[in-house]
Design a protein. Structure first.
Length: 123
């Protein structure tokens, strides 16, 4: 590989790994999935600092496998769903999941009142 091709490849790698600036107050509907992850990571970091906790201390209290799991989340926003739930629970915010993916009650009421069956699967 020639020098120019190597330099181009390095620049594209660096561009992909640079932390993007994201408006943390923007509506999630206007953000990409990756930007939402970064906003959630920023919010978690802010809460951790407000609670005067080190990453290692918070990781232990959240029952994460290692401090690096949480550190990586704060840096790039990526964490498994089970670890994200542990993080949210540790911040005392688990109630926010109550309405995530919850069926719209009006659709259930309408189906019941019209004598229709509630779908359980799609064939």
């Amino acid at each position: 590989m020639d020098k120019n091709a190597l330099l181009t490849k390095l620049k594209s790698y660096e561009k992909g790994t640079q932390r993007r600036s994201v408006d943390i107050n923007a509506s999630f509907s206007t953000l990409t999935d990756e930007e939402i992850l970064l906003v959630m990571a920023h919010r978690a970091k802010k809460l951790r600092i407000q609670n005067n906790l080190k990453q290692s201390t918070f990781s232990k209290s959240a029952n994460l496998s290692s401090a690096s799991t949480y550190s990586n989340f704060e840096q790039n926003g990526k964490v498994s769903l089970i670890n994200f739930i542990k993080i949210v629970r540790s911040f005392g915010q688990i109630a926010v999941f109550e309405n995530v993916l919850k069926s719209d009650i009006s659709a259930v009421i309408e189906a019941a009142s019209s004598g229709g069956k509630i779908k359980k699967r799609v064939r």
